[in-house]
Each structure stands twice: as C-alpha cells, then as structure tokens.
Design a protein around this ligand. Structure first.
Ligand SMILES: Cc1cc2nc3c(=O)[nH]c(=O)nc-3n(C[C@H](O)[C@H](O)[C@H](O)COP(=O)(O)O)c2cc1C
Length: 146
C-alpha cells in the first residue's frame, strides 16, 4: 500500500493544525496509509512514497529541529530521489521556512516536488484548513496512482 508521511514542527500549534488537516485529506483517499508525526528521526523515511514537511517560520528561517531533520537525511544518505515531496507552514509576514525546505527537497534530495509550498498566515481559518485537506487529498491521489 502506498505510504505518506506528514512530518512537522509547531511551536504554537498553527502548523500542527495544518498538518492534521493535510493528514485528514490524505486519509479520505482509500488504499493509502498516512502517518502524522512531529519532527524527529529521519530513519524509516525511505519507506514512504510521499513526504510532506511542515515548517513554521521563525526569524526568517526554519527552526533548528527541522534543519537537524534535513541534515540527518543528508548525512545518512537516505535516498528520497523521485519521491513526492512538498512543504507547508504557518507564518506571520515573510514565510521563508517552507520555501527553504522545498528547495532542499528539490535540489539536494532530488524529490519530485509540488510547488508552491502551502503557506497560511498565523492560525489557519476554515478556508485555509480546506486548502490543507485538498493538498493531502491531491498527494494521496498521486501516490495511489503510481
Ligand atoms: C519570535 C518569533 C519570530 C518570528 N519570526 C517570523 C519571521 O521571521 N517571519 C514570519 O513570517 N513569521 C515569523 N513569526 C511568526 C510565526 O511564523 C507565526 O506565529 C506562526 O503562526 C507560528 O507557527 P507555529 O504555531 O506552527 O509555531 C515569528 C514569531 C515569533 C514568536
């Protein structure tokens, strides 16, 4: 069965709300396994067909744990080539983090990235959450076909 993982970090819960809605959307597609996880180890990532990373922007950057997560993938040469990848995150005014994550996914990990990343300002409203569900559903639809 195709597998999707939604990995995220969230300090005040906004990116977490996005991650949950993305997972909900993905789970609405039958025959796809969806894992929702707070950032952590990169081990096991190679088992997934699609990887969605949730990264809020702090100080014009991604947070150190997301950076560490990406570093770990690179350091251990975890092969993510040709897997579907995208990034998302809540932001306040500049929203660099998901763009940075997506760039690394594309250029370093050689993933098939879905652009642009999904950015929502501060706490997602119902319209924003619906965009998240749609994204999850879209990714699940793509992996279930491949
Ligand atoms: C100390 C601090 C620094 C921040 N720096 C930025 C920033 O540089 N650019 C930006 O777009 N938002 C910035 N924000 C806003 C956060 O991205 C926003 O509050 C977001 O909703 C946090 O997401 P989270 O709840 O998932 O942690 C900052 C917020 C705080 C508290």
């Amino acid at each position: 069965m195709p597998k999707i993982i939604v990995v995220h970090y969230s300090r005040t819960g906004n990116t977490e709300k996005m991650a949950k809605a993305i997972a909900e959307g993905a789970r609405s597609v039958q025959g796809v396994e969806v894992e929702l996880k707070r950032y952590g180890s990169a081990w096991g990532l190679a088992d997934f067909d699609a990887i969605l990373v949730g990264a809020p922007t702090y100080h014009h950057n991604m947070t150190s744990n997301i950076k560490k997560f990406l570093e770990e993938i690179a350091f251990h040469n975890i092969d993510l080539r040709n897997k579907i990848g995208t990034a998302f995150g809540s932001y306040g005014w500049s929203g660099e983090a998901p763009r940075m994550v997506l760039e690394i996914m594309e250029h370093k990990f050689e993933m098939r990235v879905l652009k642009p990343p999904l950015l929502l300002k501060y706490t997602p409203d119902e319209k924003g959450l619906e965009e998240c569900r749609k994204l999850g559903k879209n990714v699940a639809g793509q992996v279930s076909k491949s």
